[in-house]
Ligand binder design. Structure first.
Ligand SMILES: [Zn+2]
Length: 248
């Protein structure tokens, strides 16, 4: 397992170099279906209001899910590979306030190893209804990458957890020779941001579809967008992307 990961990482570094050279010249209209994947971040029952999720993000009623589904259908029709990330925690996960006695959700604590950990209500427990990908999106994805599966480490990023362990995502993208990622989902200020930034750091060209994201908090969402912009992640709305994408 370790060897496979190191090989994948080496390949990703090669991609980084070649992409860096092209980066300034790549525009949406130049995206090739074979080289482009969609990353649908954490569209799960527990994060949505319409499914009465335990950690529902504001603005995630049925109309939001409808817009996301419309976009995913559009990208599928263009031939893009669609990957969903799925928060998938064991019971008693380190990110649950309940796992820390009297601590309250939405507070930040310092763990014994000095890491800062934001605490959340219990959510996306492995095998639970709340952890399932929202319908009908579950039927529109090509594959799912699970994250946050280690009891001791949280994982906002779809690429790696707080302990530095990589998920299957990087190897999957390298194997499929993907160069460009279209990223959107929940929540903009946490898992979407970390997934987009890790993807960018690992060498992919990232398009963040802002109007198809929802954030936990207005201020942290604004900050997240600013941070992503500074890291040269392309931020645009679906209408703009739809208008320009995609030449076969
Ligand atoms: Zn989580």
């Amino acid at each position: 397992m370790k060897t496979i990961q190191s090989v994948a990482f080496a390949i990703a570094l090669c991609c980084t170099t070649s992409l860096k050279a092209q980066e300034n010249t790549v525009t949406i209209s130049q995206l090739s279906p074979k080289e482009t994947a969609v990353i649908l971040v954490d569209l799960q029952n527990d994060f949505t209001e319409c499914n009465k999720g335990s950690l529902a993000v504001s603005g995630t009623q049925a109309d939001y899910i409808k817009s996301v589904a419309e976009a995913v259908r559009f990208f599928r029709a263009k031939g893009f590979f669609v990957i969903a990330t799925q928060d998938w925690h064991p019971k008693g996960h380190i990110s649950f306030a309940q796992s820390h006695g009297k601590e309250k959700p939405f507070t930040c604590i310092t763990l014994a190893d000095k890491r800062e950990q934001m605490l959340w209500p219990v959510h996306c427990v492995q095998g639970s209804k709340g952890a399932e990908i929202v319908s009908p999106l579950s039927k529109l994805i090509d594959c799912t990458v699970r994250k946050g599966t280690n009891l001791q480490y949280d994982s906002y990023s779809g690429f790696k957890d707080d302990g530095g362990e990589y998920t299957a995502l990087q190897k999957l993208l390298v194997d499929k020779k993907i160069n460009h990622l279209i990223v959107f989902g929940l929540a903009a200020d946490y898992c979407v941001k970390e997934t987009a930034i890790d993807g960018k750091t690992l060498g992919w060209n990232i398009f963040l579809v802002a109007d198809l994201c929802r954030g936990v908090n207005e201020k942290t969402t604004e900050d997240a967008l600013q941070e992503m912009r500074e890291k040269e992640i392309h931020i645009l709305d679906f209408s703009a992307l739809k208008m320009h994408a995609v030449k076969e």
